[in-house]
Design a protein. Structure first.
Length: 78
């Protein structure tokens, strides 16, 4: 009978799995923070455009109903 560890088991495997999980968690946290930043920028853009008068929006070639789509494109363009 032989004793030994197979690839991926034992303390080395546990350390690799912890490292993998840490990388996944960092990637998830980074994406979450990116989404929050984008959402804040989107809401700010919508709010600022909604504060413009119909005349100002017309001068810019923007219909009030198009504000959400314009804001979304502006945020995701970066």
């Amino acid at each position: 009978m032989t004793t030994g560890t197979t690839a991926g088991s034992g303390l080395g495997g546990l350390a690799r799995e912890r490292g993998r999980m840490a990388r996944l968690l960092r990637a998830f946290a980074a994406r979450l923070l990116q989404w929050i930043d984008e959402e804040i920028a989107y809401r700010r853009t919508v709010r600022e455009l909604q504060q413009l008068s119909d005349r100002e929006l017309d001068d810019l070639g923007i219909a009030r109903r198009d504000i959400p789509a314009i804001a979304r494109r502006a945020v995701h363009r970066h």
